[in-house]
Design a protein around this ligand. Structure first.
Ligand SMILES: [Zn+2]
Length: 296
């Protein structure tokens, strides 16, 4: 999931979601892509093949990918929507193609904590892969976009039939576990500034943009610290020219400096993912020939 920032432009537009186009090979293309990130602004990205926009789906052989997508629906991830509530039965799984969902751990008598992000590199509700019905986490959309959604039942049918899908999702589940363990180390051993730099870079990677629309409250939940601590760290970054920010908008100005500032957990997460998916680690994945990971 290496960093790659595509060329894009900002437009002030309303109600301009593009309708996806499906071609005869079951590939799904956008004719202009509009991501709702704010009331007034939309980010317009170049045309892309949605069939390959989620890394996990992209790794499947073309026929398996087409069959899986035929039994999925492309849904909007509305900003702040709860796609899953902890303790409840989760009936769906999501493979984001844009935006990201935060995995949130409810903390009794304290603020909930976002322990991970799931964007186009992954899936939300890995519990379904292990045939667990109840979710341990909330899933909240923190950056609007779209996702392929399917029922747990459909996913499990495919898992029984597809060795490749099993391999992909088992590898992803294992990588996810390693990244959660890394997060535990991060919270206990690294400074707020180091962790804020890491979170900014992680968010940039998933959004493919150096402009991020998130409030300090959201960063506070991601870092498990008070909002004032986030403001203090962000102000220090702004003074040093690393970022500029105002009211829920952050522009990354010096990404090299942020990478130098970030703790090693950022690079460790990338390496974990690249070990799991060595041939598709470049982000975004847009090759026409998916990789059968079971042959590795
Ligand atoms: Zn760390």
């Amino acid at each position: 999931m290496r960093r790659h920032i595509p060329r894009y432009k900002l437009q002030s537009v309303t109600n301009c979601w593009a309708q996806p186009h499906v071609d005869s090979r079951c590939n799904i293309f956008d004719r202009g892509f509009y991501r709702s990130v704010d009331v007034e602004w939309r980010i317009v990205l170049p045309q892309k093949n949605l069939s390959l926009a989620n890394h996990l789906i992209a790794t499947l052989p073309p026929l398996e990918r087409a069959v899986l997508l035929a039994q999925s629906e492309l849904v909007e991830l509305e900003l702040h929507a709860m796609v899953c509530v902890a303790g409840e039965i989760s009936r769906h799984v999501w493979f984001p193609v844009e935006g990201f969902v935060s995995i949130i751990l409810p903390v009794p008598a304290a603020a909930d904590m976002a322990v991970a992000q799931v964007g186009p590199e992954g899936m939300f509700q890995t519990s379904a892969v292990f045939d667990v019905e109840h979710s341990a986490f909330h899933g909240r959309v923190q950056a609007a976009g779209r996702a392929f959604r399917m029922t747990r039942t459909i996913l499990q049918q495919h898992l029984q039939q597809s060795r490749c899908l099993r391999a992909v999702l088992n590898r992803y589940g294992d990588a996810r576990l390693s990244q959660l363990a890394q997060q535990t180390v991060c919270i206990n051993h690294h400074s707020v500034e180091q962790r804020l730099a890491r979170v900014l870079l992680m968010t940039r990677d998933r959004l493919c943009s150096n402009e991020i629309f998130l409030t300090h409250d959201v960063f506070s939940n991601m870092l498990g610290v008070r909002r004032e601590s986030v403001t203090q760290a962000a102000s220090a970054f702004q003074r040093r020219g690393f970022i500029s920010y105002s009211r829920g908008y952050v522009m990354l100005l010096d990404e090299d400096a942020l990478q130098s500032m970030a703790c090693g957990c950022y690079e460790a997460d990338l390496q974990t993912y690249e070990r799991a998916f060595p041939a598709v680690a470049t982000f975004p994945f847009d090759a026409d020939s998916p990789v059968d990971v079971t042959s590795k």
